[in-house]
Design a protein around this ligand. Structure first.
Ligand code: MG
Length: 390
């Protein structure tokens, strides 16, 4: 690679030796000449940002559907929060922020409409052909389904971004124990994004559930992490309104974890004498909270699972969405001519069922409801929309 000195010198000055430097990138599947002032990971970030799949995240469910209000996170705002937290951690650890941002922007591209409820339906419908997983779908988008460029399918991202996403798909690591099944950890930049994802969704799912009235503030104050975050605010919390106090706790929950992860990782990097990328990849998971905080986080996650993700209001939304997706899949499988020509052609290459899965996974929530209404002859549930699918 012949990157301009502007990029090589800047990274040499700012990044740690164990960070992934652009000069050491393994490049792209389809070789391209270097940009004169943007590094390879910055270009990856921009390619993802400008992709159709990224824009569609704005109308995809994170946890709560668009029918439940307009305060809560969508898949897009979740992605931006993950990128923001990940960048903070990366900067403190002197890792490659451009790579971290590209990985963060990509990490949820493969989510179908209606979040995990949609994923379960597609996994069921595609069982005969290998099932469906949102992490694997992200790779299909990046390597095949995006059609921005004339010379190749996909976005032609660097091998580091694709490999980082592939490792998420294969789940070759166990984040809580640090055990890695093939003795190779992901790049530290990949670890940062995975850890930031978890910090973001725990905090914002609790915040959204409070705002939507699915949780009462007193319930969360029985959870140690929440209770201690309030205590950490000290006497300043007493003068706050109830709503301001909730916001301050959410902020503290995130800030506390980010600090803990940075301190813990810094210490581990020193103790394990990590001096190169290779060292980091041959050591157990390094970018993680301390065991004490991890334990508190696990209790919060269990609480959210029991009290939010299984809340009757959410289960009702989930059921309605799953019925629509299942019926839509079945109509398309029985009448493939109803697929847009692009996906009929794709079916010739990858098989009809997988092409239907790709088509449905690319839909926004509202487009899926609209297509379901149109094709399965059901009354409209979502808001009308036009032209969301190429
Ligand atoms: Mg995520």
């Amino acid at each position: 690679m012949h990157l301009p000195e502007l990029i090589v010198g800047r990274e040499k000055l700012l990044l740690a030796p164990y960070a992934m430097h652009s000069i050491d990138s393994l490049g792209r599947h389809h070789p391209e000449s270097d940009h004169h002032f943007r590094g390879p990971y910055q270009r990856d970030r921009d390619r993802i940002l400008h992709s159709a799949a990224f824009r569609r995240l704005s109308h995809k469910t994170q946890v709560f559907t668009g029918e439940m209000g307009d305060y809560h996170r969508t898949r897009l705002t979740h992605t931006l929060e993950v990128a923001s937290i990940a960048r903070t951690i990366a900067r403190a650890l002197r890792l490659n922020e451009d790579l971290v941002e590209a990985l963060a922007f990509a990490h949820d591209l493969g989510h179908p409409p209606f979040g995990h409820a949609g994923e379960d339906v597609l996994n069921d419908c595609l069982r005969e052909v290998g099932g469906f997983n949102h992490n694997a779908q992200c790779l299909r988008i990046c390597e095949l389904l995006e059609t921005t460029y004339q010379d190749y399918p996909g976005l032609n991202l660097t091998r580091e971004v694709l490999e980082g996403q592939r490792q998420r798909t294969e789940k070759r690591w166990n984040r809580s124990t640090g055990a890695v099944s093939d003795a190779r950890s992901p790049l530290l930049e990949v670890q940062v994004v995975d850890t930031a994802d978890s910090i973001a969704y725990d905090a914002h799912d609790a915040d959204d559930a409070l705002e939507l009235g699915l949780l009462d503030p007193s319930q969360l104050l029985c959870v140690p992490l929440w209770q201690e975050a309030l205590a950490r605010l000290g006497s300043s919390a007493a003068s706050l309104s109830e709503r301001q106090r909730q916001k301050a706790i959410v902020h503290e929950v995130i800030d506390w974890q980010v600090n803990d992860v940075i301190e813990n990782a810094t210490q581990k990097i020193a103790t394990c004498r990590i001096a190169t990328v290779k060292d980091a990849c041959h050591t157990a998971w390094l970018v993680a909270p301390t065991p004490a905080l991890k334990e508190k986080k696990t209790i919060l996650e269990r609480f959210l699972f029991d009290n939010v993700y299984r809340h009757p209001d959410l289960l009702a939304e989930r059921k309605q969405a799953q019925t629509a997706l299942r019926e839509l899949f079945s109509v398309l499988a029985n009448q493939p001519k109803l697929l847009p020509p692009k996906f009929q052609d794709l079916g010739e290459q990858v098989g009809l069922l997988r092409a239907i899965g790709d088509y449905i996974a690319g839909m926004t929530d509202r487009f899926a409801f609209e297509e379901h209404r149109k094709l399965a002859g059901q009354p409209a549930i979502g808001r009308p929309s036009v032209g969301l699918i190429e």
